[in-house]
Design a protein around this ligand. Structure first.
Ligand code: FMN
Length: 195
């Protein structure tokens, strides 16, 4: 296989687009790091190859939102065992609550997914007992449009614009590793690293 700069940038796009659209891809559940040192798994919803931007959904009350708003430096780690490709990313995150993109993401979600945002307190709030945080009336139910409307105020999207990709491909014939830096114009430049 001829692994060149073009191969690497196409591989990153294919892996992340597949990660966003296929629930079976391991990259669908990636590890997302914030500047406070915390890591968590999040579902990758979209990769925009034109702007090198990843989209995630979250509860606007969660600690990660506060962290991103205090310092936008973020890291994302994804590994696809079938492709044998690890992608480590560094970038700048931003939280959007009331933008057209946030509205579109909300509108495209099922009521069952929207239900999570009905939790009475935000993620990481302490509780006296083990709980889902959801109001009793919605436990185990698929709410209707009117019932999930109030959850919209707790929903936000996190957009991470990647500035550096670290691509690692595992192969018996010899591993390969590349660093892809995105310049100010949005143009990728590829350099090679010892795996
Ligand atoms: C498979 C899986 C998928 C998850 N997807 C999301 C997600 O898309 N968005 C999200 O905010 N949290 C998601 N979580 C929960 C987070 O990992 C985390 O526990 C929660 O968001 C609280 O994070 P915080 O306290 O760092 O803000 C997911 C957890 C797992 C195990």
């Amino acid at each position: 296989m001829d692994i060149n700069a073009d191969f690497v940038t196409r591989s990153i796009t294919l892996c992340l687009e597949h990660g966003a659209t296929s629930r079976k891809s391991a990259m669908h559940t990636s590890v997302v790091g914030t500047s406070d040192g915390d890591l968590r798994v999040m579902v990758l919803r979209e990769f925009d190859a034109g702007t090198h931007t990843l989209r995630f959904h979250t509860d606007a009350r969660s600690p990660k939102v506060k962290s991103i708003e205090a310092n936008p430096a973020m890291q994302i780690l994804a590994y696809d065992p079938e492709a044998k490709i690890q992608i480590r990313m560094r970038g700048r995150g931003r939280v959007e609550r009331d933008t057209p993109s946030a509205d579109a993401a909300w509108d495209a979600s099922t009521n069952f997914a929207k239900r999570c945002y009905l939790a009475e307190s935000g993620p990481s709030s302490e509780t006296a007992e083990p709980t889902s945080g959801l109001p009793q009336w919605v436990e185990g139910k698929n709410p209707d449009d009117a019932q999930v409307a109030a959850a919209r105020q707790n929903f936000a999207i996190v957009l991470v614009t990647v500035t550096e990709f670290d691509w690692l491909y595992l192969a018996n014939s010899g591993h390969r590793r590349a660093k892809v830096t995105i310049g100010d114009e949005g143009t990728p430049s590829v350099s090679w690293l010892v795996p």
